[in-house]
Design a protein around this ligand. Structure first.
Ligand SMILES: *Cc1c(COP(=O)(O)O)cnc(C)c1O
Length: 360
């Protein structure tokens, strides 16, 4: 068996140690004679697994006690609707920052349930940077400010946390949660689909300050109401038990690596190696303003774009998987989430240098 280097943007790499552990206990979890995915979500065994996952996740991000952690379904995309449905009234203004594809999708959906104001945008700068704090002007009566801390497709990332005064700050951290330390108390709500930097697809994690619960619009479906999930410990209906369990194993793995502080250093080193290889080449390029370059998703192109198809073919043949850019962006993209080891980045950099020598 050979595990290849996986640079997928999502669903993305999961640590081999985690998959091996899951494999070892797949048929018979903890001598119970059945797998974790075959038991009741209300059994004391599964509730124990679920609570351990939450405890470890809270430890990793140092989540204060006045925040609930919800284990939801429907992907980050469902949050695009759930956020206005829970945090705003239909006639209330909501504020959004537009930095690319995912924040735009959030804006389009929120317009169906609130009065959206796009308070800052980098669209006119081709999304090669994020707006500066000084560009964000907020009316005091907006329900919240929403932004995406890392644009997974564009490869552009905030290098600061927007200041909003009393206005709750809501952030889509789908592609950079757990990649670096954050101060949770700066946010009203943080959410992330699991399939990038947490675990398998099917689970969405939300961290919500308690005072923001219980304000859902009257027509909000019960399954879209944060308070319902908070009161039921995310077991209002059957949760995605296997994804929750596996994410718990990833949290344990991350704690064993030294937690977020340790992985943050590794992530910085990985990204810096790749950007240096791109910038130092004269053959490859990345146009994102350097302060806003994503450490998680690194899009790049070849100056002679006719060579990109060959690059993608030969890299796949060499065991470097999923380097094709998003269909809206073209070119290449290497996603360097926590589970992508430094050896994978080294292999990619070596391949890129070798490719340039042969075709440059
Ligand atoms: C992938 C992604 C989403 C969408 O996630 P789904 O789980 O597919 O709904 C939203 N926001 C960001 C930043 C993403 O990277």
């Amino acid at each position: 068996m050979i595990r290849k280097h996986n640079f997928s943007a999502g669903p993305a790499a999961i640590p081999s140690q985690v998959l091996e552990r899951a494999q070892a206990e797949l048929l018979d979890w903890n001598q119970q004679g059945l797998s974790i995915m075959e038991m009741s979500h209300r059994s004391k065994e599964f509730v124990g697994v679920a609570q351990k996952a939450e405890t470890d996740f809270r430890r990793l991000l140092d989540i204060p006690d006045n925040y609930k952690v919800l284990f939801l379904q429907g992907g980050a995309t469902s949050q695009f609707a759930m956020i206005p449905l829970n945090l705003a009234t239909e006639n209330q203004k909501t504020a959004y920052i537009d930095t690319g594809m995912w924040s735009t999708k959030a804006i389009v959906e929120a317009k169906r349930y609130s009065q959206v104001q796009v308070v800052a945008s980098s669209a006119a700068r081709d999304y090669l940077c994020v707006p500066a704090q000084s560009e964000i002007s907020l009316d005091a009566d907006v329900a919240y400010l929403h932004y995406a801390s890392n644009e997974t497709v564009g490869g552009v990332s905030f290098d600061y946390v927007p200041r909003t005064g009393e206005v709750p700050l809501v952030v889509d951290m789908s592609s950079d949660i757990l990649s670096k330390r954050i101060d949770v108390s700066q946010f009203g709500m943080i959410y992330a689909g699991a399939q990038k930097n947490i675990g398998p697809a099917g689970l969405t994690v939300a961290i919500i300050r308690e005072d923001l619960l219980g304000k859902a619009q009257s027509t909000t479906p019960k399954m879209y109401d944060y308070k319902v999930h908070a009161q039921a410990e995310s077991m209002s209906n059957t949760p995605p038990t296997f994804a929750w369990y596996l994410s718990g194993l990833v949290f344990e793995w991350l704690l064993q690596q030294g937690g977020v502080e340790a992985i943050e250093k590794i992530n910085a080193r990985k990204a810096s190696k790749l950007y240096q290889a791109i910038d130092g080449s004269g053959f490859y390029y990345n146009k994102i303003v350097s302060a806003n370059r994503s450490l998680m998703n690194v899009p790049f192109n070849i100056k002679d774009s006719a060579l990109e198809a060959k690059f993608l073919q030969l890299s796949t043949d060499a065991g470097l998987l999923n380097l094709k850019g998003h269909k809206a962006a073209g070119g290449m993209r290497a996603s360097l989430y926590n589970a992508v080891g430094e050896a994978s980045v080294d292999a990619l950099v070596n391949f890129m240098q070798d490719f340039e020598r042969r075709y440059g």
